[in-house]
Design a protein around this ligand. Sequence first.
Ligand code: SF4
Length: 311
Amino acid sequence: MSHLEISNLRVRFPTDDGVVRVTNGVDLDIEEGENLGLIGESGSGKTVLGMAIVRLLPGDAKIEGTIRFNGRDLLSLNEAEMRSIRGREIVMILQNPTNSLNPVLTIGSQIEEAVRLHSELDKERAKKKVVELLEEVGIRSAARRAKEYPHQFSGGMKERAMIAMALASDPSLIIADEPTKGLDVTIKRRVVKLIKEVTKTKSMLFITHDLGSAAEICDRIAVMYAGEILEIAGTEDLLNDPLHPYTKGFLDSLPSRGLKPIPGMGPSLIDLPSGCKFHPRCDRAMKLCKREDPPMIQKENGRRVRCFQYA
Ligand code: SF4
């Protein structure tokens, strides 16, 4: 049994302009202790997938499929049952720590709240735990810095504080949504190293468009496009031998690999193309690709790719 198992997940948002189909039959699994990267362009549905797992989507979202965590279907739990899992067994590190931290509360008091919410510790022991957590994420003079406010922390330190908060409940699964976004290269490297260290004994879904960070942290990588998973492979396999035309294009578009963009734009999620969602941009598209949805094909080494070329 996988730690997290997502089957045929469909998330839709009704709007005045039509139904936005954000995820379109996603199948994913994460094993105990595994770090799975989820990469793709902005708007491919990565963040919505993460929010769906912790059931933090807006009320008008229509969700179908199953999300099993340690064998329990999260979508069938009531809100009280879900609250006992969210923030305790599964935590999400959201994008942009500046928006996530409360500017009028000290960093320490915000982490302390998370500690006390998920443990029986009294105030004094909770404060000690806060200092330990801040030390664990590499913040020096932790006792003093715990008394400071978010505006006194740099971007990298705020990210560390968010990670400390996420670790407060000793979760078994962390969903990290673009935790390195907006950080400069040096700080990013340090945060990536920290995430790698603190998730050694945990499972993680690492959502990012930054393949370099995913390569550093993740055991496997899934590639998402227009709400579908197009390819999943071990990190080395995916980087050295991408199979799907989109994955190849995505890698070629990186500065380190020639900065050659994929022609065209990602499709509108209200008006998705027929057949393979990537066919309008694919230089290998056949007639069949415009007509039919390619199935997910199982390849060697547990790799999977959604493309007729491999059928
Ligand atoms: Fe390209 Fe066809 Fe494969 Fe889609 S199924 S990626 S259009 S070759």
